[in-house]
Write a protein that binds this ligand. Sequence first.
Ligand SMILES: [Zn+2]
Length: 178
Amino acid sequence: MQYCPHCRKPLEKLFLGERDRLACPDVQCGFVHWNNPIPVVAGIVEHDDHIVLVRNVGWPETWYGLVTGFLEAGEMPEEGVLREVEEEVGLKGTLGSYVGMYEFYRQNQLIITYHVEVDSHDVRIPKHEIADYKWVHIEKVQPWTAGTGQALRDWLATRGIDRGMVEFGSANLEDRGA
Ligand SMILES: [Zn+2]
């Protein structure tokens, strides 16, 4: 962000609220780009001891992650995660447990994660959004070192599965038994 979205003046760095911020130099305008984190919902989508991982359009071929998405205005995370599951894998889900909140500082996001159960493996992906998906058995899935991977690790622990983490995208999500 370079220009004030209200009055179009070039933004300047100001020390406000204990941090450097980009702010409008016009005190009458008063715009400050606070850069607050954005909430994102993530679903650990399970059926029959398998979870579905998706590869977003534009991601490298080895990158698979949880179903994630932004909230719509007026939507609670519990609703948003079920909507995203339906949009990204074409399955109606049932809300399971709340897994937790996780940081994704790199993208300035706060990831709110739920377990979502679906009653079929019959995934249909929207081609403009999701490039590929895979079902991976919970005994084989390897959590990765990012917010959603930490959520997956914690959820696996509730199933009695203690699993180390690997680097995201390191192709350790293969269901080798399949
Ligand atoms: Zn301004």
